[in-house]
Ligand binder design. Structure first.
Ligand SMILES: [Zn+2]
Length: 145
């Protein structure tokens, strides 16, 4: 192994290029969406066509960092491949732009979780890929006062 290879440090990469843009060290992230120029509906991710009016005229938008929980569950049986703690809290939060985004809620006691609770985006390392890069995932956490 050459010195250059030994010094190569693991990069941090987004779990999904179409849903999450991260900064260089993976500590900050922005959720990505598309807004329909025809009907005004906004979607999480990068749909090719508007899921409401089927227009293909969609513009990329950055979604806000905050949302309100519309529904949640406590997962006691994790899906295959889950690398986090069990049980864990899974919630869907609606952001100001419209889309609802489902992810784990971290830094939150089970009995504190409520519908209408305000949450904010936080970045966590959720595992490593085949090249040894750290995969940055988006999570919700209770909004700091
Ligand atoms: Zn539309």
């Amino acid at each position: 192994m050459t010195t250059e290879e030994e010094n190569k440090t693991a990069r941090r990469v987004s779990v999904s290029q179409s849903r999450l843009r991260i900064n260089e060290d993976g500590t900050e992230g922005v959720l990505l969406g598309r807004k329909c120029r025809n009907c005004g509906e906004t979607f999480f991710g990068q749909p090719r066509f508007c899921l409401k009016c089927t227009s293909a005229d969609l513009a990329p938008v950055d979604l806000g960092r905050e949302g309100e929980i519309t529904t949640y569950t406590i997962v006691r049986q994790a899906p295959p491949g889950w690398q986090g703690d069990v049980p864990y809290l899974l919630a869907t939060a609606k952001v100001a732009e419209g889309p609802s985004i489902t992810s784990e809620v971290v830094d939150c006691a089970e009995d504190r979780l409520k519908v209408d609770m305000s949450v904010e985006l936080t970045m966590r390392v959720g595992g490593t890929d085949k090249e040894g890069n750290e995969i940055v995932v988006y999570k919700w956490r209770p909004k700091s006062a």
